[in-house]
Design a protein around this ligand. Structure first.
Ligand code: NAD
Length: 428
């Protein structure tokens, strides 16, 4: 039933790009296991709303350059939409639509009262000064002023955006409203209503479910040989958590390439190096490998924490990990997923594995709305409870239906949204 083909011509829509078709194919693969009515399936196959804006920026040299910006809101069935903003040269409507769709399933799976959204600007941040980045972010916020809000759509950081980006958005929104609205974004600095443990939450959540998966596979995390692709917010923290829990991180990579040491890398030293040099480029105290070689290293656990489309039909047969964990969104293509499943390699899917970020974002939003803040231990415990509850439900459904963890996670999420949509009805 699942197909990577575009909709028939009369239905073909602007977001029918390869990544969106992949998200839809995953949805179609899970639907038979979710037992939901056809009309609900039809409704949930499409994002509810998409906005394209053009964002003018006066460059430091006085010239004007216009950048395309996007925000896609997939579903408001369970609550306001929630999802990251990324600044990347490959951002497109279809990419945002796919990522917004995954956010709906992720929030539903974790039983958070949100639907999914995603957006961003098509820009290479390395080409901008800090002043330009701030001006671009503030103007983008103004362009989206009617779309975002604490009860409509709540952005968060994603690739190449961070707590500073969220602070500029929160400030611009607040100034335009005339009062302070910390709850319009999550992933803010703690000084303006951010939550403790938000920065670490995605990577820490990745390792929480990795630990649970190890237990189910009859292994223990300490001593597991791990490879981590991507050394940013997700991969960098995941590598540290793995290292701190006694796993052996034998390889990591970023856009500049990979580092490998069979005896285990010194992860704290790598963080110190990145803090000083901006990336892993030039680090020479171990063997340097390519990102392609990194994905094919023999290891116990491969954590994919860079970006989408990394394990594909071309390299899935060469993956030599015995467990794959998706810290990034959409890193395994549909074809690769089937190859890994045939080879008996379990994949802990993105909507489960990287849900720690949106879960602590939800805690941040709740704290902001209540103007009452929790400490690190409380947040870590609440996150661990949420992740392990979702993991157990996914594992039980996969067991019961004899399906992959991805199909089970998607089916469990679809059931949550479908139950709410059936109760609300399709207006009018
Ligand atoms: P980031 O920009 O902080 O880090 C991305 C890392 O991946 C960087 O080290 C970058 O150099 C590296 N990278 C990029 N392309 C690469 C390639 N082709 N090969 C190897 N490394 C490459 O971004 P992030 O926030 O860590 O996000 C990474 C992924 O996790 C994305 O798919 C994002 O959507 C997803 N995600 C992020 C969060 C979050 O809270 N930040 C939450 C859920 C999911």
């Amino acid at each position: 039933m699942a197909s990577l083909e575009a909709s028939p011509l009369d239905q073909r829509l602007e977001w029918d790009t390869p990544l969106f078709l992949m998200a839809r194919a995953q949805f179609e693969q899970a639907v038979p296991h979710a037992d939901v009515p056809d009309e609900i399936v039809e409704r949930l196959s499409f994002p509810e709303r998409a906005v394209i804006v053009s964002v003018p920026l006066r460059r430091d040299d006085g010239s004007i350059q216009v950048f395309p910006g996007y925000r896609v809101q997939h579903s408001t069935v369970l609550g306001p939409t929630k999802g990251g903003l990324r600044y990347d040269p490959e951002v497109s409507l279809g990419e945002c639509a796919a990522l917004a769709t995954w956010m709906t399933w992720k929030c539903a799976l974790l039983r958070l009262p949100y639907g999914g959204a995603k957006g961003g600007i098509r820009v290479d941040v390395r080409s901008l000064s800090r002043t330009e980045l701030e001006k671009l972010t503030r103007r983008f916020t103004s362009e989206l002023i009617r779309e975002i809000g604490p009860h409509t759509d709540i952005p968060a950081p994603d690739m190449a955006t961070n707590d500073q980006t969220m602070a500029w958005i929160m400030d611009t929104y607040s100034v335009q409203k005339g009062y302070v609205v910390p709850e319009v974004v999550t992933g803010k600095p703690i000084s303006i209503g951010g939550s403790v443990f938000r920065r670490e939450a995605t990577g820490a959540g990745v390792v929480m479910v990795t630990d649970q998966a190890c237990t189910r596979l009859g292994r223990t995390l300490p001593g597991q040989r791990c490879v981590v692709q991507g050394f940013g917010n997700v991969g960098g923290v995941a590598a540290s958590e793995l290292h701190d829990r006694g796993a052996i991180v034998v390889a990591v990579s970023d856009i500049s390439g990979g580092l490998h040491n069979e005896a285990g890398l010194d992860v704290p030293e790598l963080h110190a190096y990145v803090a000083e040099h901006g990336s892993l480029e030039g680090y020479d105290r171990c063997e340097r490998i390519t990102n392609e070689e990194l994905l094919e290293l023999p290891c116990d656990i491969l954590v994919l924490a860079a970006r989408e489309d990394q394990v594909t039909a071309a390299n899935a047969a060469k993956v030599r990990a015995s467990l794959v964990v998706e810290g990034a969104n959409g890193p395994t293509t549909i074809e690769a997923d089937a190859i890994l499943a045939d080879r008996g390699i379990p994949v802990v899917p993105d909507i489960l594995a990287n849900a720690g970020g949106v879960t602590v974002s939800y805690f941040e939003w709740v704290q902001d709305l209540g103007r009452l803040f929790w400490d690190r231990e409380e947040i870590r415990r609440k996150l661990s409870d949420k992740m392990s509850d979702a993991f157990d439900r996914v594992y039980a459904l996969a067991d019961e239906k004899r399906i992959t963890l991805r199909q089970a996670a998607m089916a469990a999420a679809i059931r949550e949204v479908s139950g709410a949509l059936e109760a609300r009805g399709i207006y009018p």
